[in-house]
Design a protein around this ligand. Sequence first.
Ligand code: FEO
Length: 163
Amino acid sequence: MIGTKMEAAFNEQIKEELASAYLYLSMAAYFHAQNLDGMAHWMHVQAHEEYEHAMKFFNHIIDRGGQVELAGLEKPKKVWDSPLSAFEEAYQHEQYVTGRINSLYKLAVSEEDYPALGLLQWFVDEQVEEEASVSKIVEQLKMIGNSGSGLIMLDSQLGKREE
Ligand code: FEO
C-alpha cells in the first residue's frame, strides 16, 4: 500500500508529466506552422513519451492500492520566437522536471518507500538522457545560426526520430 504523502506527490507528478506532453504537443503545432515537420515529429514523439511517463506514475499508484486523482492542466504557450527559443524552453523545462524527480526521490527516501525508489531511479536515469538529447539540439541550433540550409538539414534529421 502506498503512503498518503507519496500518493499525493505522485498524483501531482502525473499532472506534471501530462503538462509536459501538452507543452511539447503545442511545440509540435508551432513547428508544423513553421513548415519544420521534422522538428514537429520530434516533438510528437516527445509528447508521447511524456504520456508514458505519466502512465508509469498512474500504474504505480494503482498497483499499490492507492487512488489516482487527475488535476486540471493549464493552457500551454503556443508561439515561440524561433526554433532555438522553443528548444531552449524545452531544455529549461526538462531541467525543471529533473528537479521535481529529485524532490520525489528525497521524499521516497524520507518515507522509506522502497518500491517508489525503484520507480524513481528509472526516472533519474531517464532525465539524464532527456536533458542530454535536448541540450544537443540547442547547441546544434546555435551552430546553425541563420543558415536556412542548416535548419532544413537538422529538421530532416530530427524527423527520423523513432517512436
Ligand atoms: Fe517526463 Fe521529459 O520528462
